[in-house]
Design a protein. Sequence first.
Length: 418
Amino acid sequence: MVVLRVFDNASLRMQRIGYLKRLIKRVGTTPTSNLESLGNDLLDVVLKKVRFQIDENLATYIKARLGGNSYTSIKNQTNAWLKNGGDAPFLLLELQDLYLSDPKLPSQVGRLVKEDWRKYPQLGMNLGLVRPGTYSTTTRAFSFLHLIPEQEQQAFIEYLPDSNPFFLSLEQRLLLIYSFLENDGEILIPLWKKLLSSSLIPFSERDAGDLLPSIIRNVISHYKNKMIPVDLRKRLESLAKSADNIALQLNVQDYTSVSAREENARVRIEPIVDLGILQKVNPLRYEYTFSVAGKVLADSLTGDEDSTAIGDFLHQRFFSTMASVQGIQADVLSNEDIVPRLQVNWKTISSSNGYAPIEEIALLAGIKALVNDKKVMEIATAREALIAYQKANPYKVRFTVDRLGTLAHAKFIDDSTR
């Protein structure tokens, strides 16, 4: 089956991945969800006002990032304190601003605004965490939620500076790097390679956006002469229109609003800063360079990977590559240790019928093996180990197959599931 690893809708407003922690939690704990309830719940939480005594870090953030008439009073009080000194004023600030003002964040931009509520859930859908249409959680979402400490979820209810949800743990970053490559790798990988080979140091989102039309058209060219489903053909037509819209802005430096170029680039740049692949010269500005880890990851890829090659990378080399990217001296997990780890993580994400996707079980188990034990377990290796275990123990594991006859889901049989 042909899989197009390109975001369905790249014109997104969500920049900080940390907002997804609340959004996915909402999806997972609400019996029925719709786009309006998800977007508005997220905004109700992060736009909640908190009375707080400012300090120099917060003052710097206010001056740089809060604009518009609604923030005039806040900026005036901040400027007066910076000029005259004395006791710092207490101000009513949005919860998101308190977290974004932390100078230790890799990026301090990305505030959510009320009028864009409809656009914010789309990133969760593009990353395979939320099902389009039904707005329900996927198994990947359950894995993501499992990696989020309760304190980080509580930080959306009350201000907890020591549990800033905009920071991502290594476990969270690994799952999300996998998800970005799985769902947008045909754009991201050549974009990274082109940016690295350019002389643009640092580069802007406009610089990245200028590279997108040719990358998108290369993707279209790869598929245009193949036998593909009608829905995929329509997606390629939509991508062609996006490439044309972005191309209209090539080399345009003076603009008064965000164009298709910036929108399509920003979703592929700003969240990647949270993942540690890119870094910023100044966390309050839109200027970027590659981190050491990002260069290692980009160098491990050719830039010519099609969908099949990306799938092979994710299944066969992802965790060994991530060990190098993170500077972890890791050993390959022994075969006898694989199945017990799969069974533990199966219990975490299995559905009510006891089954879970084999890929998702192996992904979660692989993340924990690398982070907690410095062991590498690739998804393809885990699949082979599970099949071998089932052959030796036919009554301890059950499988389902997809419409192509490929093993898709697994269910361990123990005393509690008989």
